[in-house]
Design a protein around this ligand. Sequence first.
Ligand SMILES: Cc1ncc(COP(=O)(O)O)c(C=O)c1O
Length: 319
Amino acid sequence: MRPIIGTMDIHIELERKLAKFKGAEACLVFQSGFTVNVACCQSLMSDPKDLLISDELNHASIIDGARLAKAARKVYPHKDMKALQAILESPEARAARRKMIVTDGVFSMDGDLAPLPAIMELADKHGAFVMVDDAHASGVMGKNGRGTPSHFGLSDRVQIQIGTLSKAVGAIGGYVAGERRLIDYLASVARPFMFSSSHPPSVVATCSAAVDVMMDEPERISKLWDNARHFKEGLQKLGFDTGASETPITPVMVGDTAKAQAFSKRLFEEGVFALAICYPIVARSKDRLRTIVSSAHTTKDLDFALEKFGKVGRELGLI
Ligand SMILES: Cc1ncc(COP(=O)(O)O)c(C=O)c1O
């Protein structure tokens, strides 16, 4: 590629690579996944006549973006397609200038998947467009980890695909992929993009190399899924409730804040790091440990962790 100015060329190369990865025309990289969600909600839902429709368990960055947007907001119960349909059929939605349905692709606390085919069908029927936050699906779901639209065969239909560079990619940053005119528009109005510095070249190079790994070494993703299955089955055999998880994000439901914190602390003393997620991050009595395996874990690592989960779980009367 012809050098442009200084390090600009590697930024542009990363955006081209991510657009291709997502099967989109273009892409824009932001400082974090949080800022890209805020920016898209705020910039695309900028008029009081717009309507932003959101799953109740969407990430905090979508909630904050919706608060900054000038649009009206409607929230539907988690994955409830009847409720989404009712919102889309309401007089308010019919009168709206633009309607955007926003959903996480993989929900961050429960590890379950959005019903994307049903969402897309309703969106098409009612003239809405769809934004999918694939923070936890990039590098995990779909061909070479392209995300939930790829997993469901909807890459060419979902209008706005969000990814982070801070999870499977292992660096920092976020991106939005979609049509060229969407990306050009965001580049000229998205405030976190325009009024905050971009990544240094070291971060861009790290992200770029990580995308190459996802494209060239799909066996890592297969290993991730093998590990996730092994660990989840092991937890279930021990008698733990792993909730609604369908992905490597695997909650271990506890239901009590003090117990979840004690569980996490005792596991750490035994050599296992598993963070307690408690109210207000999740609803009251949905306290849990949130676990996630990686492709780098060995079966020996996972069996060690399972043995400790069993030991501490029995000690605390959880199983
Ligand atoms: C679903 C979801 N979206 C967005 C983000 C924000 O991503 P980042 O950490 O890159 O800011 C997170 C991070 O926790 C997340 O879980």
